[in-house]
Ligand binder design. Structure first.
Ligand code: GAP
Length: 445
């Protein structure tokens, strides 16, 4: 996918117009760096998270899921190095007082907004700070977690004690993370509240390279399963000087977003940094016992995937325009297992009770097998197709007079229209239902 002028605006506008993603707190003028997901956005996001959980947790027998609290004892973030080191360089304009990320400014010492002089860069900690309980002093400070990984490491001992796993094994979590980004930008790409899908895979030190390579392949497989345009998907080795404070090796998976190339996900070898740091910070032993008397601190490989960036990459990959003369058909070519709505069911005419009744029957039977289906009887069929195309519905099923038996040979058949080709096929109701159900479960078996 090439960087395309205006594509970002088209995606943002479609996302809002059709109920995928809205600006946060919009009626109050918004809140920078926050977004609200509407009905289709939630469905899309849930499909991504369910697919990840299926591929990274449920389909394996060596990964354990957790859902840890967002608020954690602040000693955990002191131990992990986030209190002292999780910061970005910030500069302030002496004239207009706007603040910028120093490493995002392209050369010069002038303010990009007003041309004023910029002050010296200083480190700005990105964690959101609040207080737990009624007392607001240093002793009650808590942080909103800046990565879900923290909640995994503090549960290492709980998993060892309750499930007695053998190395290698992983602990996975999906959940919200919060970062007080200096410059949120590019829609949901860089926001202040977002979701992560993270997995810490604990290994014996001498086998980290093999595990790293396995997870690299699994992340590529996940990108394919999400329907990402693989021409736009790249991996980049991070140079030693740019590694996060905990990492010994990191690959960034990058994506050619409509605004340019940017980090989509990361895969890091964190060594024994975290378990050692939390053992020191908590004074609780965080070791693995090999059953023969030896105790080791496992090393860890971390595939870390942002849900919101994945959603943006899926939207950008799926966005298509079919131009015929001066008519443009916009459609989202989601894979069927990712599409928020799998099929729409239409009665040909909404003022014919017999058509509506039969269509309701088909809709109910389909919904029992595939919950993400939609009823649509608004406007003519052409308009309904266009609406469903814009939200990426793979199949539209129309119930007409032939379904009712006007043409006896076609009784109990429906037309199924394909989103990507626009072609229509007549088939028995049961076949249509099986086809939709089969497409949905492609990656979920
Ligand atoms: N536990 C490792 C970690 O958090 P990271 O590279 O800082 O590493 C992992 O974040 C992923 O989280 C990123 O690759 C991205 O997908 C997502 N992410 C990070 N900051 C984000 C932000 N401000 N807005 C949206 N997604 C973000």
């Amino acid at each position: 996918m090439q960087k395309e002028e205006g594509l970002m605006e088209k995606i943002t506008s479609l996302a809002k117009r059709r109920g995928f993603i809205f600006p946060g707190s919009e009626i109050y003028g918004g809140l920078s760096g926050t977004y609200d997901y509407g009905p289709l956005g939630v469905a899309l996001k849930n499909n991504v998270k369910n697919l990840w959980w299926r591929m990274f947790v449920d389909s394996r027998d060596d990964v354990y899921g957790v859902d840890a609290a967002i608020l954690m004892n602040s000693k955990a973030w002191e131990a992990s190095g986030h209190v002292s080191g999780f910061s970005d360089p910030l500069v302030e304009c002496k004239k207009c007082k706007r603040r910028f990320r120093a490493d995002h400014l392209e050369g010069g010492k002038k303010c990009p907004e007003c041309g004023g002089e910029l002050g010296e860069a200083r480190q700005f900690n990105m964690m959101f700070k609040t207080h737990a309980g009624a007392t607001e002093d240093e002793s009650s400070v808590v942080y909103l977690r800046p990565e879900t990984a923290g909640g995994i490491f503090v549960n290492f001992k709980n998993i060892i004690d309750t499930f007695h796993p053998k190395l290698p094994f992983g602990i996975a979590q999906i959940g919200k993370a919060f970062r007080n980004e200096i410059a949120p930008r590019d829609f949901v790409f860089r926001s202040r509240e977002f979701e992560q899908m993270e997995l810490e895979y604990f290994v014996n030190e001498n086998s980290w390279e093999g595990a790293f390579e396995e997870w690299r392949k699994d992340m590529v497989h996940f990108a394919e399963a999400c329907g990402l345009s693989m021409d736009s998907f790249h991996s980049k080795d991070i140079e030693a000087g740019d590694l996060a404070h905990y990492s010994k090796k990191t690959i960034d998976f990058e994506f050619d977003f409509p605004f340019g190339r940017g980090e989509l996900w990361g895969l890091a070898y964190r060594g024994d940094f975290d378990l050692s740091a939390h053992e020191k910070g908590s004074t609780v032993e965080l070791k693995y016992s090999d059953g023969e008397g030896a105790k080791i601190t496992p090393h860890v490989i971390e595939p870390s995937l942002g849900v919101d960036r994945t959603v943006l990459a899926i939207l950008a990959s799926a966005y298509k325009e079919d131009v015929t003369g001066d008519d443009t058909r916009v459609y989202l070519a989601f894979p069927s297992h990712i599409a928020p709505i799998k099929a729409a069911v239409f009665p040909l005419l909404k003022n014919k009770p017999e058509l509506v009744e039969k269509a309701r029957e088909v809709y109910t039977a389909l919904k029992k097998k595939v919950p993400q289906v939609m009823w649509d009887d608004n406007g003519n069929i052409g308009k309904r197709y266009r609406r469903q195309d814009e939200i990426g519905t793979p199949w539209c099923i129309t119930i007409d007079f032939d379904t009712l038996g006007e043409n006896p040979e076609q009784k109990d058949t429906v037309t199924v229209r394909n989103r990507d080709t626009g072609s229509q096929e007549r088939m028995p109701i049961d076949t249509a239902i099986e086809m939709v159900a089969g497409g949905v479960s492609l990656y979920l078996q």
